[in-house]
Design a protein. Structure first.
Length: 323
């Protein structure tokens, strides 16, 4: 009797295996990790390592004792990506027990509850991040996070001061940092999202390796830019330049590394553009009209939930169908 093994999507024949894709994403995140270590010191590295180790542990224990599934998934790199992205979305001062709890929610609730890789409808790292943000608002508050203190700048990263992030300044008013500081990463915020240039380098690498396509990042950032520009032109004193929205907070990180998750985003290029535009517009809506300064995580999770509808109404051509 023939035995057929049914696995989760994507079902694509290619030299790029799931394992190669996942580890390619991990490699693409290294520049952002290095910049975060430079500006926030050893805390950024420790939080990342603890987050990754926790994600691997929780996936192993759930896979072995609850799902009784294939333990080879531990080496495919997906849990490592979840751990790194979760760490990238928190302040460098976050207590270690909270990042471990976030890893448990990311893997246990966001991923393994649905059967593991390829079956989760929502980005696991964002599930963990939003859980921490809603459950522990003081530790995850975006108003007073550690200020960057370059390792070679003469300041002590251990005794680093706290201050407002760019997004909280945009929300509450005040003197914004320079565009160059935001581009390089010399600003407060989640330590993995501060440097636009590091994230862009990782994005270019993934585009060249064909790990991702341009459709989601470009439509995400483009729609956010256009919407923010319209608001700025209507009332420049109330709404800041769209450049600040693109470089501040998790906009770049979300557009390049989280919204492009192939499991939780649409299949077709047209669907990906719709998905990216939805993410960009919702992000600006949350930032400009909502009570919180950030909105990337909520925007992507909402569009993750809409993805099945997008796939239903924006379909690929049937095999053998001729236009």
């Amino acid at each position: 009797m023939s035995v057929f093994n049914i696995s989760g999507s994507p079902h694509v024949h290619s030299v790029m295996t799931t394992k190669k894709i996942m580890w390619g994403v991990v490699l693409a995140m290294i520049p952002a990790l290095l910049v975060s270590i430079y500006f926030f010191g050893i805390n950024a590295l420790v939080l990342t390592l603890v987050s990754v180790a926790s994600c691997l542990f929780f996936e192993w224990i759930i896979q072995k004792y609850l799902l009784k599934g294939d333990l080879s998934t531990l080496t495919d790199g997906s849990a490592v990506i979840t751990g790194m992205l979760l760490a990238f979305n928190v302040p460098s001062s976050l207590p270690l027990w909270l990042i471990i709890l976030g890893a448990l929610v990311s893997i246990g609730v966001g991923k393994m509850t649905f059967g593991g890789l390829g079956k989760n409808p929502f980005n696991p790292a964002l599930v963990g991040r939003v859980f921490l943000f809603l459950s522990f608002p003081t530790d995850m508050a975006m108003s007073a996070w550690p200020k960057p203190t370059p390792l070679f700048g003469g300041s002590s990263v251990v005794d680093a001061l706290t201050g407002p992030t760019t997004l909280s300044i945009i929300k509450q008013g005040g003197d914004l940092p320079s565009v160059m500081d935001m581009f390089v990463g010399n600003v407060g915020g989640s330590f993995g999202e501060i440097s636009a240039i590091a994230i862009i380098i990782g994005g270019i690498y993934m585009l060249c390796r064909k790990i991702i396509s341009w459709h989601i990042p470009v439509s995400f950032l483009g729609s956010a830019f256009v919407f923010a520009l319209i608001l700025h032109l209507i009332n420049p004193t109330e709404y800041v330049s769209p450049i600040y929205h693109l470089l501040a907070g998790g906009m770049m990180l979300g557009a390049v590394f989280m919204a492009t998750d192939m499991v939780t985003s649409p299949i077709t290029h047209k669907g990906q553009i719709i998905f990216g535009c939805g993410c960009g517009i919702l992000t600006i809506v949350f930032r400009c009209f909502g009570p919180m300064p950030e909105g990337v995580s909520f925007a992507i999770l909402i569009m993750n939930g809409v993805t099945p509808l997008i796939n239903k109404f924006v379909k690929t051509d049937k095999f053998g169908y001729k236009k």
